[in-house]
Each structure stands twice: as C-alpha cells, then as structure tokens.
Design a protein around this ligand. Structure first.
Ligand SMILES: [Fe+2]
Length: 271
C-alpha cells in the first residue's frame, strides 16, 4: 500500500474531527496499511496529557499557531520536533491552545526507528537561510531553504522553503519536474501558480515518486514546509511546458475524497 497522490487541497475545506482526548484533527493523507500519514492537529486551550509511552510511528511536527510544551520543551511559532518510533515524546500541555502539522512515518520504516535516528527539536528562527542559487530551470523562483532534518541512509529531507515575490521567468515555457522520491508540501504563506491552480496558505499536496509537476511560478512569493523521500531532491526535467499563470483550480484528488475538499478556495480578504 502506498500513500495516494493529492495535489492539491486547501485544508480550510476539510472539516475538523474531534478525538476522544479533546484534540481535533484534519487527516490530509494516509497509508492505511503502514500508518504513514500527515495531519493537522489542534490542541485546545488547557489541554494536558501525560506521557503516552513509546511512539508506534515516528512523529515529526511544526507548530503552526499557538504554543505547546512537548516533552517539557516549550514550542511556539514554527517550533519543530522529531521523535523516533520506539521513544516517548513525553507529556504535552498548552495553556492557550496550539495547532501543529504532524508527519507520521511508517510503522515498518527502518530509518525512523530509535537506534537508527535521534530525537530532535529545532527553533528554525535560529537557523540561517541557505541562499545558494538554484539550477536554471527554477532560478526564477529565487529560492532559499532551511533544512530541519535529514533522515539516515538518504531516506528523507524536511525543510522550509521560501521564494521571493515576482518569481516569474522571462520565458513563456519552462520544464516541469519529476523526482524518483515522494514530495510533500504545506503552504505557510504566500502563493504559487501550478498547473493545478493557485496554491494559497493552508494548501497541501503529497506526490508519490515519478509524478510530473510544474512548471511553477510565484507572483506573490511563498513560504512552505516540504518533505522529500531523499536527503537531496533529485530532479529529471521535461520538455518546456506553458507557465500556469491564471490556471483555474484543477486538483488531482484520490477517489472517494469528500466533495468539500475540492471546493475552490479564494482565501480571506486582506483589504
Ligand atoms: Fe518537485
């Protein structure tokens, strides 16, 4: 079993599900066999839970909003953490509430288990942006990144990625990308034009290996958290394809997805 291809959903269109412990979740993408999944979770104000014991799947998170003590470590805006399978994440407590994006690794993944990898917490604000210029095919996006975690044995890369506004090439056509590993994204801020429409804050996609995607351009600039199934993104390029500026929403959605997930989303008014 593998995780389904979804590109893309605005997570504002997904209903919160309330769980027995009072938290609410939006499940974005799940492998029902191996347990690999990505979800948003909201911990309500006053939430407190004791140590739940060893995790059955590695847990990786980024705090999107609010503040929460995870295993005694106070985490707030963009606080990042990783707990290997087989280790305990400890207690969790939040006074005013918190919303996180969580990535759960597969139950049988040899590269995210205790002994193969280590627990980690990072305050991304303390890291420097890597502003090394990108290859010519995506140089127009003016990218910079902060690597949060590299999995052992070339297994994964979790990173923050930004692109400057006015990221539009002079050419009318640019190559699209193909990777031999998965790629996953949640949009924190900004906008990006894709052949599937305009990605806005709160957008999510999961691409299995070998999916053709792009070209991408960004008039507004963007800030996203991304994961890839390798330590460095490996790209094959297609022949040039038209730029997607102005493309209407045309998502690739797994069969059986609730209709509400693919409603057009225009975002809230800024002025
Ligand atoms: Fe890509």
């Amino acid at each position: 079993m593998a995780r389904p291809y979804i590109e893309f959903v605005q997570t504002q269109n997904i209903d919160w599900e309330t769980q027995a412990d009072g938290t609410q979740v939006k499940r974005l993408n799940v492998d029902p066999v191996d347990g690999e999944e990505t979800y948003l979770i909201h911990y309500p104000a006053g939430f407190s839970a004791p140590d739940q014991g060893p995790e059955d799947r590695a847990e990786e998170y980024l705090v999107l909003d609010g503040a929460i003590a995870m295993g005694g470590t106070e985490q707030r805006y963009h606080g990042y953490g990783f707990t290997p399978r087989g280790e305990s994440a400890g207690t969790r407590a939040t006074k005013d509430g918190a919303t996180l994006i969580v990535f759960r690794y597969a139950r049988n993944d040899p590269d995210s288990v205790t002994g193969a990898t280590e627990a980690l917490t990072v305050d991304p604000a303390t890291l420097s942006w890597d502003m090394t210029p990108s290859v010519a095919h995506i140089a127009h996006l003016r990218l910079a990144r902060k690597v949060l975690r590299l999995g052992p044995n070339d297994s994964s890369r979790t990173f923050l990625l930004i692109g400057l506004p006015h990221g539009i090439p002079s050419e009318k056509d640019m190559p699209a990308e193909i990777h031999d590993h998965f790629e996953e994204m949640f949009m924190l801020q900004g906008q990006m034009w894709t052949p599937e429409g305009l990605i806005r804050p709160g957008a999510y996609f999961y691409r299995p290996p070998e999916i053709v995607h792009g070209p991408h351009v960004s008039e507004a600039g963007f800030f996203q958290i991304m994961r890839a199934g390798a330590n460095h993104v490996r790209t094959k390029w297609t022949a040039p394809m038209p730029l997607p500026i102005g493309q209407g929403y045309a998502p690739k959605i797994p069969e059986g997805t609730p209709e509400s997930w693919s409603r057009p989303w225009r975002g809230t008014e800024a002025f």
